[in-house]
Structure formats: structure tokens, C-alpha cells
Design a binder for this molecule. Structure first.
Ligand SMILES: Nc1ncnc2c1ncn2[C@@H]1O[C@H](COP(=O)(O)OP(=O)(O)OP(=O)(O)O)[C@@H](O)[C@H]1O
Ligand SMILES: [Mg+2]
Length: 469
């Protein structure tokens, strides 16, 4: 039961408030003085304080501050006499949540109390989520593959230090989430996490973006502006897309990284900052250095700890988890209730090459949730590229060309082999004998292939059961 502490020296008012609040289902404790109220707050747990602004001895206004010292999130609602609006406003200034002037209507009080309690609940929830987030190494990230295990391991190792981290990986692999996880796990977690897209800053605004400017520094500088480096002071600065940084930007950034200080544009004071740097790019930085497009001195400074986020096609075993995760997310966002994807749709999702990685998968699932009109997303609801991949199976023509573009021949063969075995197993509901028949090989061969490709047959079975196949 939610507990309300009423602080009022007027006996009639005490009685009236106690009765009204009890009727509304709250627990009520009544005190006559602010001193008693502070004592009660120390002894018991309360969710809200209703406080008369004109109490004997310690005034209600001072009491507001004392209460907030014991619990900074305690919602305090102040009751003031008719005509003392100034006192009420002063109470709010000192941190009270809201006020009434006497006489007030009961419904009015009921609404304000409910809103105040709701706000407190939200604050507590945010606190809890934040703690959870910091406590799990993976933060908001999912991924059970060995390759991602290595990523999480590096996040844990790098987070407590101030080392510069370079996050590499194809577009959409989750580099930004990795950077965020490093910050969240670091001692800087309560300080800002600031992002700067290095590719997107126009040259003319560069210095002002990075270092800020003083009022009147140039035409149009009407107000003082704080730059990203200063905003991130005490926290972490993510330099995103560094592979696309212009030579001028590279030189400017190198200077701050070396000296950890700068001047605001149009200013004379030197600003010192304490910022942890994380850089990320989907470009091949080593090659950019070799080609002279990226400064080697900057490269060495950024490349202290490197975290390589693997492309999704190298961790296909995570696709089903991602599908469930993004289904839930899309349902919540779009107010739908698509609970799963059909087995053939899942097979297509697992086999597809995902050049746009996790982001592309997320978009595909969102699209499926929008277009499908039942609680199961079918193959037909997936983007056409995915459907094309399945159409001619199990012929080689059906394999998306992307699969064949990058890896070595052995890798490509292995990928194909794995895709065929996965497909057969999925269609056979996870039964290896069934898959063997579909593939035209012995059961023993299927057993070997499952081991070789680390296919989780149990999961395929679970999915088959879940999807009623
Ligand atoms: N492991 C993961 N768990 C949950 N969501 C993920 C994961 N990895 C990526 N995502 C989601 O995929 C999308 C792309 O991630 P993110 O923006 O971090 O990628 P990126 O590598 O920074 O891409 P780009 O190179 O295009 O900037 C986001 O919506 C993100 O939430
Ligand atoms: Mg990014």
C-alpha cells in the first residue's frame, strides 16, 4: 500500500485529509510538526508528503529542503493558506512537486497526488533499469555466438580503463551499441555519452562543433555555444564515422587528443577536458592509412584497444534471437501482436547474407510486422530479396549472390553446406532422419554436418514446436 505522510498542525485538517486519503486507499501517517515529520521519514518508508506551508517552529518551506535532503526524489505537495501564492511558489522553487491553496477540491488533490506518485514510480523505474543496464555486460545488446562473446569480453576488459577504443565493423553491425556498452560499464557511466558524426560536419562549422564558440565570435554567433569536447567532459565522446573524416578534421582532432585542451572559437581561455574517446568506422582504416587518406599518427592514437564487431552472416545462429527481439520491439511500437515467423520465413532469414547486418534485419522484421495480417509472419511478408533466395531451392542458383562475393571458396562452400543442412533440418522439424532423407544422405552424415557447423538442433526443434510445424 502506498504510504502518505500528512504534516499539518490543524486538527480539523488532519482529520479531513486522513479520512479522504484512507478512502482513496492510501496508508496515512499524521504529524503536527516538521520535526516530527523528519523523524517519521527516517523511521518508515513513505511515498509522498503532504505538507502545510505554515507550521510552527520550522516553517514548511525549510521543511521542504530538509525532507529532500533525506530523499531527493520524495514528492512533496504543499498546502498553503488562501492568498499566499508567493509562499507556494517559493516551495516549488525549493523542490516541492506541486501545491494547493485552501480551500481546495478533493478531486483536485486526488489528481495531483496520483500524478506525483506516478512520477516517483517512473524515476524509480529508470533508476532500476539503469542499474540493470550497468550490471549486465551486454547492456541492450543480444547475441550468444562465440564471436559476440569475444566482443562482450573486450567490452568488459576495456570499460573500466580510460583506454581509447576503436570499434570496427560493417555498417549496421551494432558499433554504436558497443560504444554505448563500453561507456555504460565504465566509471564514467553517470557522466555524458556524446556522439559526434565526423563525416557530417561542414568544414566551416567544424571548430565550433568541436570546441564551441564565444558569443560574437563570428557573424551569426549570437549566443555562446558549447562544443562536443566540452559537453563530454568527465564522460565519453564517440567519434563516429572517423574513416570519412576530412584532413582538416583529422588535424584538429589529433591536436585535442594529444593536448586534451583547446580554446573556444573567439575565446582566449584554454579549456581542459577529461574525455574518454571511442572511435568507430565501417571503413578499412589500415588501408586508408596506407593510401595516405588517414593520418597514421591519429590512427595509432585511436587504435589502442580494437573491437571488431562481426558481420551478421558470420553469426547466423543469432538470427532467430534477433527475430524474436525485433518482433517484440515492432509489436510494441506498432501496436501489433505478431508472435512469430513461419518456419520457411525463418529459414530464409537465417540463410540470407545480410549486407546491411542487424539494421537490415531489424527493418525486415518491422516490414513483416506491418504487412502481415495474422499473428505469424510468413515468407511472403519478408522483403523480396529474401524471398528470391528461397524460391529456387535447393538449387545453387537460389543462393543470394552476396554470399558468393567475399569469402574464400572453402568458406563459401561451408556456408552453402550449412545453409542446406539448416534448411533441411528446419523443414524436417529438427528431426535428423527427416533431414537426411531431404538431403539424400545418411543420417550419420547429417550428424557429422550438425557437429561440423555447430548447428543447434534442439533450438530448431523448439522453433518447430513453437511454430506448430
Ligand atoms: N547485438 C545487438 N542487440 C540488439 N540490437 C542490435 C544489436 N546490434 C545491432 N543492433 C541494432 O541494429 C541497429 C544498428 O546498430 P548500430 O547503429 O549500433 O550499428 P552501427 O554499426 O553503428 O552502424 P553504422 O555503421 O551504419 O553506423 C540498431 O537499431 C541497433 O539497435
Ligand atoms: Mg554507427
Amino acid at each position: 500500500m502506498l504510504q502518505i505522510l500528512v504534516v499539518d498542525d490543524d486538527e480539523q485538517m488532519q482529520f479531513f485529509l486522513r479520512e479522504a486519503l484512507l478512502r482513496q486507499g492510501y496508508g496515512v501517517t499524521v504529524c503536527s510538526t516538521a520535526e516530527d515529520a523528519l523523524g517519521s521519514l527516517c523511521r518508515g518508508r513513505f511515498d509522498l508528503v503532504l505538507l502545510d506551508a505554515r507550521l510552527p517552529a520550522m516553517s514548511g518551506l525549510v521543511a521542504v529542503e530538509s525532507i529532500l535532503k533525506t530523499d531527493p526524489h520524495m514528492p512533496i505537495i504543499v498546502i498553503t493558506a488562501h492568498g499566499s501564492r508567493d509562499g507556494a511558489i517559493e516551495a516549488i522553487r525549493r523542490g516541492a512537486y506541486d501545491y494547493f491553496t485552501k480551500p481546495f477540491r478533493l478531486e483536485e488533490m486526488e489528481i495531483v497526488i496520483r500524478r506525483a506518485l506516478e512520477k516517483r514510480r517512473l524515476i524509480e523505474e529508470i533508476d532500476r533499469l539503469r542499474t540493470d543496464l550497468a550490471a549486465t555486460p551486454r547492456g541492450r545488446m543480444i547475441g550468444k555466438s562465440p564471436a559476440m562473446g569475444e566482443v562482450f569480453h573486450l567490452i568488459e576488459r576495456a570499460a573500466p580503463t580510460d583506454a581509447t577504443v576503436l570499434v570496427l565493423g560493417e555498417s549496421g553491425t551494432g558499433k554504436e551499441l558497443v560504444a554505448e556498452a563500453v561507456h555504460q560499464r565504465s566509471p564514467r557511466r553517470d557522466r555524458p555519452f556524446i556522439k559526434l558524426n565526423c563525416a557530417a560536419i561542414p568544414e566551416a562549422l567544424l571548430e565550433s562543433e568541436l570546441f564551441g564558440h564565444e558569443k560574437g565570435a563570428f557573424t551569426g554567433a549570437l549566443m555562446r555555444k558549447t562544443g562536443k569536447f566540452e559537453l563530454a567532459d568527465g564522460g565519453t565522446l564517440l567519434l563516429d564515422e572517423i574513416g570519412d573524416m576530412s584532413p582538416t578534421t583529422q588535424a584538429k582532432i589529433l591536436r585535442v587528443l594529444q593536448e586534451r585542451e583547446f580554446e573556444r572559437v573567439g575565446g582566449t581561455v584554454t579549456v581542459r577536458v577529461d574525455v574518454r574517446i571511442i572511435a568507430s568506422t565501417n571503413k578499412d582504416l589500415g588501408r586508408a592509412v596506407a593510401d595516405g587518406r588517414f593520418r597514421d599518427d591519429l590512427y595509432f592514437r585511436l587504435n589502442v584497444v580494437t573491437i571488431d564487431v562481426p558481420p551478421l552472416r558470420d553469426r547466423r545462429e543469432e538470427v532467430p534471437d534477433f527475430v524474436q527481439h525485433f518482433l517484440a520491439e515492432a509489436n510494441a511500437r506498432l501496436g501489433r501482436a505478431v508472435t512469430r515467423v513461419s518456419p520457411d520465413a525463418m529459414a530464409a532469414l537465417v540463410e540470407y547474407d545480410w549486407p546491411g547486418n542487424v539494421r537490415e534485419l531489424r527493418n525486415a522484421i518491422e516490414r513483416a510486422v506491418v504487412v502481415c495480417d495474422a499473428d505469424v509472419a510468413t515468407l511472403a511478408s519478408l522483403p523480396p530479396v529474401l524471398q528470391a533466395g528461397v524460391a529456387g531451392r535447393p538449387g545453387l542458383d537460389a543462393v543470394p549472390l552476396g554470399t558468393l562475393s567475399t569469402a574464400s571458396l572453402d568458406d563459401r562452400m561451408a556456408q552453402l553446406e550449412r545453409a542446406f543442412v539448416m534448411d533441411a533440418l528446419t523443414r524436417a522439424g529438427g528431426v535428423q532422419a527427416g533431414a537426411a532423407r531431404l538431403l539424400g544422405v545418411t543420417e550419420r552424415s547429417v550428424w557429422h554436418l550438425v557437429k561440423k557447423h555447430k548447428i543447434e538442433v534442439e533450438r530448431i526443434k523448439e522453433r518447430a514446436v513453437l511454430s506448430g510445424a
